[in-house]
Design a protein around this ligand. Structure first.
Ligand code: NOJ
Ligand code: CA
Length: 701
């Protein structure tokens, strides 16, 4: 054999060795992850939970503009592993202490033909796995454009799935519950006129958090954590193979993400358990987010609030001062319509009500000029965020609210013009500081400017973060409506106190509403990423608007229970003061229920059916229970063994009356009291569309 022949054989051996599949296994007590680089260089992973299949072999990769498809042809160039165990305290949350325990595996890969370096980091928790891609600093790739991410989630069966369509601009949908093979947005589009106007671009795409249940009782949740400088991930469904494929929300020209190495994608998260309650107890998404960047957080305070808002939603009042922008007098001044809710006297009435009932805040929408022509016009300049209508006295209200120890909550509707808000944000926050507003509700109704960008694309994801970071500089808390759904970023910015980002109670005011099961699904989907400003607490459940067919699809007791089942550090008591004053015994629960908690127990849970949650008040021995059901009535026993042993409590039980029913008799409730301790079992009778709320206040005897 010549030297050349020997050399050639050596190379073949080397190559074939390199081309051999390389597999890595990585596990803890519950979860087994396998990662391999297959023979053709495709990176792929799969996941088991206690030997049950969760994710079948699923490939990973990207397409990068100018570089091409990076799905196969990778080689493994190294691995790193580490682990962590710590306990940390959130600034606010459902529990006082959060345990963060994981094992981490990083695989370093090189793409053979392009030389691109790509790492995948896996973090294994008791309840699931998070993984992200990292592009290390490298010669071949500096500034680059992701035109596609190819992350698969291959499911091991035709699971029951709770989904909303993959709309790039809205998440305000009711949930469909179907098998994976039946996911079809178009079917939804034709059954609902409200949805027809916003139909999703891909009929087989769904949004995350996506909740599933397998035939043999595994609960699987797919979402993402720490979404920053990257578009939201939706999932395209391959109905035949029951595989979900990452589908990133595009920008105005169809690109997905503009990146600059070194950089990281958000974490893709898979949470799994054989108990639905474990999905809700999981803190994995928060654990995958970075700690707070705000050092002094003493100014961040959860609170309840009221607002002139339901008047507007139900047509009793309005946002605008004049009927239309053309209602002007001879001097060019707007002629008042007589229905403007944000007038000084009316706002004072709400401040008085809040003060009387120890409610911390009053939200005032429609206070600033621009509402006569703000909707659907795709206009760059609508609001300036600092000019009040003539009947709204900012200075006077500042003094009045301060005297009564009530905080006014600012409202900045951007009408989708994020560029306008970017320019004016600093001035808007200074205005809030000057006039005593410690929090703001922002909103993005309509199509986004920059034109062609989407609510859930990278540009807007960065805009939301910029607005939160800027608010923090001015010590302002922020509640964003019409934003991308949250991914636990409130750990990093605890002033990001809530989001809407789902179909809230307001839909009951202006549409066919939310079905009774809606609130039993939200905790497993939308709320996995963070708290929601759902606006519960409606007491007058029917005939509140000119359209008498509209109604809230729950009983009154269920509205109370939502203060416990739908976690938020910012909770609205959404109904009109008069409707609360008519039922002071029921309103007592809203007065008493806290928004800060030391502990949370999920007592019963089944997505789409029912949920019972108990929470311990922060810094106090009292507990509160919320129980809700879907359209079916239920009887459930709740064992109070979580109460402190040997202690006595007064339970005030706000229950559905025996003849209550969400459609025919929603306002029938009974309030009763009884002495309980940790040996007591309470029997809950939930009406159709009903619920039950309980306060457990510690007493000396
Ligand atoms: C939609 C928001 O969800 C709602 O709460 C708000 O009142 C309107 N936009 C007006 O900004
Ligand atoms: Ca159901």
């Amino acid at each position: 054999m010549t030297f050349l022949q020997v050399f050639a054989i050596a190379i073949i051996v080397l190559i074939s060795q390199d081309l051999n599949a390389q597999s890595l296994k990585f596990s803890n007590d519950n979860i087994q992850l396998s990662f391999s680089i297959e023979e053709n260089g495709t990176p792929a992973y799969s996941l088991l939970r206690q030997n049950k299949k969760v994710i079948n072999r699923s490939s990973m990769g990207f397409t990068i503009a100018g570089t091409g498809e990076l799905k196969k042809g990778f080689e493994l160039i190294g691995t790193d592993s580490s682990s962590k165990e710590e306990t940390w305290q959130p600034v606010w949350g459902e529990v006082e202490n959060i345990r963060n325990k994981y094992k981490q595996l990083t695989v370093h890969m090189r793409h053979r033909t392009t030389g691109v370096l790509l790492d995948i980091v896996f973090r294994l928790f008791e309840e699931g796995v998070g993984f992200r891609y990292e592009f290390p600093q490298q010669e071949k790739l500096k500034y680059f454009i992701v035109t596609d991410e190819h992350t698969e989630f291959a499911m091991d069966g035709d699971h029951k799935t709770f989904w909303i369509p993959g709309d790039y601009d809205s998440n305000e949908y009711p949930y469909s519950t179907t098998k994976i093979s039946e996911i079809d947005n178009m079917a939804m589009v034709t059954t609902s006129t409200e949805i027809a106007v916003r139909k999703a671009p891909d009929p087989e795409a769904v949004q995350t958090p996506l909740m599933m249940k397998t035939d043999d009782g595994l609960y699987i949740n797919i979402h993402e954590a720490a979404l920053r400088d990257y578009p939201a991930m939706q999932l395209h469904t391959d109905r035949k193979s029951k595989t979900f494929l990452s589908s990133l929300v595009p920008d105005a020209v169809g690109n997905k993400a503009y990146l600059h190495a070194p950089c990281k994608t958000p974490w893709r998260t898979i949470i799994v358990s054989d108990k639905a309650a474990d999905i809700l107890q999981s803190k994995m998404i928060l654990n995958l987010n970075e700690p707070s960047v705000i050092k002094n957080t003493s100014w961040i305070r959860p609170m309840k609030f009221v607002g002139i808002w339901w008047e507007m939603q139900t047509g009793v009042g309005g946002w605008n001062y004049a009927n239309t922008e053309k209602s002007i007098d001879a001097n060019g001044k707007l002629i008042p319509s007589g229905k403007h809710s944000a007038n000084t006297a009316n706002v004072k009435r709400y401040i008085d009500f809040a003060a009387k009932h120890s409610i911390g805040g009053v939200l005032v929408e429609g206070w600033n000029v621009g509402w006569e022509d703000w909707f659907g016009n795709w206009k760059e300049e609508v609001f300036d965020f600092v000019t009040p209508y003539p009947d709204f006295d900012v200075k006077e209200l500042r003094g009045y609210a301060a005297k009564k120890n009530v905080q006014l909550i600012m409202h900045n509707e951007t009408s989708g013009s994020a560029t306008n808000y970017e320019r004016r944000m600093d001035t808007a926050f200074r205005f809030m500081n000057k006039f005593g507003y410690h929090s703001v509700k922002t909103g993005y109704v309509g199509r986004i400017i920059p034109r062609g960008e989407h609510h859930d694309g990278q540009w807007m994801v960065n805009h939301y973060e910029r607005s939160v970071a800027k608010a923090a500089k001015h010590k302002v808390m922020i509640d964003i409506h019409e934003s991308v759904r949250p991914t636990g970023m409130h750990r990093t910015y605890p002033n990001w106190i809530a989001n809407e980002a789902a179909r809230g109670n307001e839909f009951n005011a202006f549409s066919s509403g939310n079905p009774p099961e809606h609130e039993t699904i939200l905790p497993f989907t939308r709320l996995m990423g963070g708290p929601m400003d759902y606006t519960p607490g409606i007491f007058k459940l029917q005939k509140y608007s000119a359209d008498t067919t509209r109604g809230v699809h729950t009983t009154l007791a269920k509205q109370l229970a939502l203060y416990v089942t739908l976690y938020s550090p910012l909770q609205m008591a959404a109904d009109l003061p008069g409707n609360y004053e008519a039922k002071p015994d029921a309103f007592r629960f809203i007065e008493d229920v806290p928004v800060e908690w030391d502990d949370t127990k999920i007592l019963y849970a089944e997505p789409g059916d029912y949920l019972i949650v108990a929470r311990k008040q922060k810094g106090a021995p009292n507990w509160f229970i919320g129980a809700i059901t879907d359209e079916n009535k239920r009887e459930m026993n709740v064992n109070l063994d979580f109460l402190e042993m040997g202690q006595h409590y007064t339970a005030t039980i706000y229950a559905d009356a025996s003849d209550a029913q969400w459609k025919t008799n929603p306002e029938a409730y009974i309030v009763s009291k009884q002495k309980v301790d940790n040996t007591t079992t309470l029997k809950f009778k939930l009406a159709e569309g009903g619920g039950c709320a309980v306060s457990l206040i510690k007493t000396s005897k």
